[in-house]
Design a protein around this ligand. Structure first.
Ligand code: ZN
Length: 372
């Protein structure tokens, strides 16, 4: 079976308008979330010949009922009305132009389509190149360029329509997955893990002490990493947090909130990753998915703002998911690997191991027979 690919030209037509609220003293600029990196990902897949070797999974709009499994009806109606009336702001740096409701619904529905295709055995796994992104959107508000929480909507589809009970969301976007955390904070059946730059965006969000509540206590893990972290820190986080937490939780389906903005050139972060870092993380998550949930894995595009390097990071992810090779060299890896920044530093290790201490609180499922 091949890897599925979700995309629509309409995703690139979402307009974010002008970003004038930062200061009255500089020329207004466009928000950094633009179609450009996503268009270049699609183009790179086509130019390298990888695209026809993937299985196209057509997106469809999420219905109101589907959106309202994660979002409160009042918020969905508010976005619909603002979109029809000329645009607005969904909250927290999320300006949009007319028609955004339809495109955001298609973005969430694209992730539903990807999950259905995996569950139905049409594809082995799938990459959803959707826009607008989703992981900052909470049930009642948009945030950080996100209107609807695409993964959250798809998680609820699997749980309420497809008979899946336990789902894990691994968020390696460099910013905290606060919207997904908010949606599932008291839910013991959805394990949310976020690896992000410490104390970055949103401010005062993503601390280790935010560990879930009520019946969901233990089912939300935050791994705030110091600015400047490279592959050494991320590798350690996979070894001591992500992999053991997933093994313990035994999800039936895994989503990755795939922000590619921990790359070393990103204008909205201060981390040191490159395409090979993302390849390594994807191979590890794919191995866990193979071990615990028959390989069921949907990787969903989130942030990533450096239009030159992001396409190569996405290519590495899709190569690792599919086992295919585009047969081209990533021009940005040698530049990064020639600089310091990849080796694990003591303060990074301390941050990871503090988060690792919380893995024992993750709701545990019986391990399958024969597992270690
Ligand atoms: Zn991000």
């Amino acid at each position: 079976m091949s890897t599925g690919f979700v995309f629509s030209e309409r995703y690139l037509w979402h307009e974010t308008g002008s970003w004038s609220e930062l200061s009255a003293w500089v020329q207004p600029s466009s928000p950094p979330e633009s179609p450009e990196p996503k268009r270049r990902i699609r183009n790179l897949l086509e130019i390298t010949g990888l695209l026809p070797r993937l299985t196209t999974v057509p997106p469809r709009p999420a219905s109101r009922a589907e959106l309202e499994r994660f979002h409160v009806p009042r918020y969905v109606e508010q976005i619909s009305a603002m979109s029809a009336a000329g645009g607005g702001d969904a909250g927290g740096f999320t300006p949009f132009r007319p028609g955004a409701f339809e495109i955001a619904s298609l973005s969430a529905g694209g992730v539903i389509a990807a999950a259905d295709a995996v569950l139905d055995g049409i594809v082995r796994n799938a990459y959803a190149l959707v826009r607008p992104p989703g992981h900052h959107a909470s049930p009642s508000t948009g945030d950080g360029f996100c209107i609807f929480n695409n993964i959250g909507v798809a998680v609820e589809h699997l749980r309420h329509v497809r008979g899946i009970q336990r789902v894990a969301v691994v968020d390696w976007d460099v910013h905290h997955g606060n919207g997904t955390e908010a949606g599932f904070y008291e839910n013991p059946d959805v394990l949310t893990i976020s690896l992000h730059q410490d104390a970055w965006y949103p401010l005062a969000s993503g601390g280790r002490e935010r560990n879930g509540a009520g019946r969901g206590l233990g089912a939300n893990l935050n791994v705030p990493l110091p600015a400047g972290s490279g592959s050494g820190a991320y590798d350690l986080a996979f070894e001591h947090v992500v992999e053991p937490a997933l093994q313990r939780f035994q999800p039936e389906f895994i989503f990755v909130a795939c922000g590619l903005d921990a790359n070393y050139m990103d204008p909205l972060a201060r981390m040191m990753l490159d395409g090979e870092s993302y390849r390594a993380m994807t191979l590890r998550i794919r191995a866990v998915a193979d071990a615990v949930c028959a390989g069921r894995l949907v990787v969903v595009h989130e942030g990533g703002y450096a239009a030159e390097i992001v396409p190569f990071c996405a290519l590495a992810v899709i190569e690792a998911m599919s086992g295919l090779s585009a047969g081209i060299a990533d021009p940005w890896v040698p530049r990064n690997r020639g600089c310091p920044g990849q080796e694990l530093l003591p303060h990074q290790a301390a941050a990871v191991m503090a988060a690792a201490a919380l893995v024992q609180r993750v709701p545990a499922q019986p391990q399958p027979a024969g597992s270690a």
